[in-house]
Design a binder for this molecule. Structure first.
Ligand code: NDP
Ligand code: OXD
Length: 315
């Protein structure tokens, strides 16, 4: 039965992934391109921003794997075959994302930007500092990544709340749910952390109207935005406007409407915006190839794939 693996990635070097899969699954071939010779041998496709249309010409394809937690880059393929699609849920990735979120929350909370500016100016001046328990971190998208970051922030003493699509029973934080409770959630948040997937429902959700609903008189002064979900969630012109109008005080952005962020973007020059190049939680071949290889082995033994994407909801 055809069971070769196709690795189709853009923006990343495929060789590290090819090496890992070749070592873990040495009984089969691993390809980084489709040729007339291998087209009918490919059983599985491992994807990160693959070339759209590529998968529709593979007659023996049985399952698709995203090399990231997000799958918007796969679902946007207009010729995507109707096959099971699994995404990454892995401790290595979760830990990396929680590191990023905790780093940004603490930097914003402890006034890192202001102290760095003071150091540049040779200024010795203590700034007022609320204790963490006075600050509410609202996490939009309380799934795998959001809930792990939430747990750690809670242990650091922050008041954590979450927003998700469906209600949650067994969380140790207050969860607001759906459009009905969004305004109440936003009005309670001093720091808004965004870890939503990009779906038709969430596209452009971080706009001026939403940012205007954040708590305006919290212990940090102005509210803070941290987005590590997807660039398509945010309207960058609205973020710039909200910063200029003092609706938000600063932003940490890891993801952008267009990546790499174009040189002409007004975000680059702002000292109230902290930019990282979609680096919050890198996909590490050594860790994640193991997960995908074990999923393939389970699938071939007749078991079910974990972390399957629901195409209807888009995540
Ligand atoms: P999950 O699917 O585990 O969690 C997604 C959360 O978002 C869930 O709580 C879900 O609600 C909620 N959600 C989805 N749609 C809506 C909606 N319309 N309204 C309200 N809540 C909604 O995903 P992960 O936590 O694993 O990953 C989240 C995203 O993080 C990825 O999709 C990806 O885009 C991004 N990411 C970014 C990285 C980076 O380096 N910058 C790295 C890894 C991921 P419910 O619980 O009810 O389903
Ligand atoms: C992901 C990402 O979705 O790195 O995993 O953005």
């Amino acid at each position: 039965m055809p069971n070769d693996i196709l690795i189709s990635v853009t923006g990343w070097d495929p060789q590290g992934w090819k090496r890992e899969f070749s070592t873990l699954m040495h009984e089969r071939s691993v390809h980084d391109r489709v040729t007339d010779d291998n087209r009918s041998e490919i059983g599985y496709a491992v994807l990160w921003r693959h070339k759209y249309g590529l998968l529709s010409g593979l007659p023996e394809l049985k399952a698709l794997f995203s090399l990231g937690a997000g799958v918007d880059h796969i679902l946007a393929d207009p010729e995507l075959p109707d096959l099971p699609l699994a995404r990454i849920v892995d401790d290595n990735m979760t830990m990396r994302m929680s590191e990023y979120i905790v780093w940004q929350v603490l930097d914003q909370h402890r006034k890192g930007r202001q102290y760095r500016a003071q150091q540049s100016a040779g200024l010795w001046k203590e700034l007022p500092q609320p204790v963490a328990s006075e600050v509410t971190v609202g996490i939009m998208g309380y799934g795998t990544l959001g809930s792990d970051a939430g747990d750690i922030l809670k242990r650091l003493g922050f008041n954590v709340i979450g927003w998700s699509r469906s209600p949650k029973q067994d969380t140790n934080v207050q969860i607001y749910c759906g459009a009905d409770q969004q305004s109440e959630f936003l009005a309670a948040a001093d720091i808004l952390v965004v870890l939503l997937p990009l779906t038709p429902e969430t596209q452009g959700v971080l706009n001026h109207t939403l940012l205007s609903k954040l708590k305006s008189d919290g212990p940090l002064g102005k509210p803070v935005l941290i987005n590590a979900g997807r660039g398509g969630l945010q309207v960058e012109a609205d973020i710039v406007r909200a910063l200029d109008e003092g609706i938000i005080g600063s932003a940490s952005l890891d993801v952008f409407e267009t990546e790499p962020l174009p040189a002409a973007s007004p975000l680059w020059a702002r000292d109230d915006v902290q930019i990282t190049p979609h680096a919050a939680a890198a996909s590490e071949p050594a860790a994640l190839a193991k997960l995908v290889a074990s999923q393939i082995r389970t699938f071939e033994a007749g078991g079910s794939l974990n972390h399957l994407v629901d195409r209807k909801s888009g995540y």
